[in-house]
Design a protein around this ligand. Sequence first.
Ligand code: NAP
Length: 297
Amino acid sequence: MGEAERWLGTAVNSETLFYGVFGDPVRHSKSPAMLGRAFQAAGLNAVYGAFHVRPEQLRGAVEGVRSLGFRGVNVTIPHKVHVMEYLDEIDATASLAGAVNTIVNKDGRLVGYNTDGIGYVRSLKEETGARIEGSSILMLGAGGASRGVALALASERPARIWIANRTKDKAVSLAEELSRLTEAEGIAWEGIDHIIGKVDFVVNTTPIGMDPNTHETPIEPSMIVPGTVVSDLIYNPLITKFLRDARSRGAVIHGGLGMFVYQGAYAFEYWTGLSAPVEAMRSEVLRLLDNAGGGGA
Ligand code: NAP
């Protein structure tokens, strides 16, 4: 009998390793099911729970990881920035992104990583085959997710990144940070139509089009140029109106599911040192989305 079969169906016992996600809110999270499936597929005696941690409880929750010997946790909205002050070490990618989404407990020493950006880039490359090096990129939005993704894209040596945001100041300040890695410019939302025809990639990092507002789209379909790679961080729905419009205009499209799966896969790999069972993880998330009728990510 293999390790996986031995573990399947057995109960939590005194050898079980503990993992989880801290968020506020957290009940919508698909991480427990996805990582639970990963542990099961890898035959590990481990469980992953969702913990509703309010901002004022974050310090105590992180201390709990240390004192209870949790092997690792993910951290989601709104804790990704504040959690950094409670950790012993922050890896270079997370420092650059200014946010942590994965904590690894290395014998009581808590190390913070950011797997969002690298998860996005891996999914973009694998699913589109597109080359980022030397390309030009337009990002829509300058919020938390945009930051991690923009910094990971900038590390792939594109020729130029434009950031367009409703609040222009945020786009300008993110572009300033990116300019350490590549040429970057922050522009007002109204400037999109001057730039969109010049770029290889357009990436939506705003929540426009996310369930339940699935009829919305960040830009007019007529602005999309055939042959552009059009990407959306949203995975609920799997194909947003923005992507449907882009596909009908002859663009190559890329949705947010792969980013979600790979950020979890990198966390699994940091925690266990094993290759993540990516396909099992992806099918678990698809099963949940399907059961929810595509809603409730
Ligand atoms: P956030 O920090 O709240 O940032 C939202 C961004 O969208 C801001 O730049 C905001 O502009 C802009 N925005 C919001 N509503 C807008 C509107 N009506 N018109 C124009 N701009 C608007 O959110 P986030 O955490 O970055 O998340 C953004 C999206 O990414 C969400 O849909 C989330 O589900 C998705 N996401 C996906 C993954 C994944 O694994 N696939 C991971 C993380 C996030 P202002 O600055 O002007 O407010």
